[in-house]
Design a protein around this ligand. Structure first.
Ligand SMILES: NC(=O)C1=CN([C@@H]2O[C@H](COP(=O)(O)OP(=O)(O)OC[C@H]3O[C@@H](n4cnc5c(N)ncnc54)[C@H](O)[C@@H]3O)[C@@H](O)[C@H]2O)[C@H](O)CC1
Ligand SMILES: [K+]
Length: 390
């Protein structure tokens, strides 16, 4: 049997002038892992102690996958606006999740994806992120994400033109201010950003009325920054101004490079052509099944699948898309890889494995193989991009 490998891709490191790792470790929570190699993790990112600009250039991560069936990645399912709201309400009723809990997890997932995109941006990146927050819960996800991003060592500014008077949102703003995050009412014209997080509207956006102020201006300003400063636009859950089911019906031409879907992609995500993350690792299986949602495999403790290779797997390719993108489409390639595996097992006279759980009938660890496959694809992806750019 292949032992479960734990591959540490990188450990936490800091830029010069930042406090030493030991001084970054306060008292809050200690998680000790007793394993063959004794390792000690200290969770401290809840404390308001990070110096702005300090960069944790990469986070320790393991790539052993959880016991999720990796074939699920091909069919995450899409939610229409009505079902997205119903699913949200259901999470808060039967299992009794609070909005605060869900928003914290959603915002953390957003921060992870933003962090990853920023790490892959070019070296001149100044790690400056602008988070533009709307009046509802999508805006709340942005407030949470900004706080986590600063704990991760990036610089974040918030634009929150219409602050909610609800206590939870007042608290979120205070928590950001305690992290020295500027909270502004409009997008400044004199600051440079590498990344813009569009957290204005999510699944409750009403596209039957025009976009009301101050958000119409905020969206125009974001588009201007994206163009003038070559900033990467990352939309949370739904690109703001897009009809949740139909896509860019308003003709704003708002076109983010990255989309972070929460819980499951909304219908409009079918029209999205950029890089796509799916976060929201909090869905109980019964609710997921009821709404036809299948979460992708999440490696280890991560809130976001970290491999660029997974991004195509998130999308259910249409027949046309498959023909168009065959060369690049890793979902197709991965399916071919699985078919090849099945054929090999058949040659050995074994049944095709059900792929329920991690192990094949021969004890091979599919999770490990899949992780290795993703790493290989990640390398190919970077090589492909380098060739394309040169
Ligand atoms: N289960 C999950 O995945 C969770 C997702 N979360 C996030 O919550 C949003 C949905 O939040 P909601 O408060 O329902 O709505 P929105 O944020 O999309 O915005 C509502 C807000 O917008 C105003 N509005 C609507 N249309 C217009 C318009 N045409 N012009 C101007 N203003 C408009 C409306 O009046 C409201 O004030 C979801 O997408 C996720 O991002 C949760 O954080 C946790 C669980
Ligand atoms: K959004």
């Amino acid at each position: 049997m292949v032992p479960v490998k734990r591959i540490i891709l990188a450990t936490c490191s800091f830029i010069p002038h930042a406090p030493k790792a030991t001084s970054f470790i306060p008292q809050l929570t200690t998680i000790s892992l007793i394993a063959s190699t004794r390792r000690h993790f200290v969770a401290s990112s809840l404390l308001a102690s990070t110096t702005r600009g300090q960069v944790c250039s990469s986070i320790t991560r393991t790539v052993s996958l959880s016991a999720t069936d990796s074939t699920m990645a091909f069919e995450t399912g899409y939610l229409n606006a009505k079902d997205a709201a119903a699913l949200d309400a259901e999470l808060m009723s039967t299992p009794g999740f609070s909005l605060e809990q869900l928003m914290e997890l959603a915002g953390l997932a957003v921060a992870e994806a933003v962090y990853q995109v920023n790490s892959e941006n070019n070296k001149e990146s100044t790690n400056r992120v602008l988070v533009v927050c709307g009046p509802g819960n999508n805006g709340g996800d942005g407030l949470v994400a900004a706080r986590h991003l600063v704990h991760f060592g990036l610089e974040a500014d918030i634009v929150y033109p219409k602050p909610s008077s609800k206590q939870h949102f007042i608290n979120l703003v205070k928590q950001c201010e305690d992290m020295n995050i500027p909270v502004m009412s409009e997008i400044p014209s004199d600051k440079k950003y590498d990344i813009i997080v569009d957290s204005i509207f999510g699944f409750s956006f009403d596209s039957t009325s025009t976009i009301r102020e101050p958000f119409a201006t905020a969206i125009k300003d974001m588009i201007r920054l994206q163009k003038d400063q070559n900033a990467t636009m990352i939309s949370v859950d739904v690109p703001s101004g897009w009809d949740v089911d139909g896509g860019d019906l308003t003709g704003e031409n708002f076109s983010p490079e990255v989309l972070i879907s929460l819980t499951a992609p909304k219908m409009s995500a079918k029209k999205f052509k950029g890089r796509h993350f799916v976060g929201g690792r909090f869905l109980p299986p019964a609710i997921a099944e009821k709404y036809g949602v299948k979460m992708p495999p999440y490696p280890g403790v991560q809130q976001m699948p970290p491999y660029p290779g997974l991004r195509h797997c998130m999308e259910v390719p249409s027949v046309d898309d498959v023909h168009d993108q065959e060369e690049e489409d890793w979902a197709v390639q991965y399916q071919a890889y699985l078919d090849e595996k099945d054929a090999m097992l058949n040659e050995d006279g074994e049944d095709v494995p059900s792929r329920q759980g991690n192990k094949s009938p021969q004890g091979e660890d599919w999770a490990v193989q899949y992780a290795e496959y993703c790493i290989e694809k990640e390398k190919e992806f970077f090589q492909y991009n380098q060739i394309k750019e040169s």
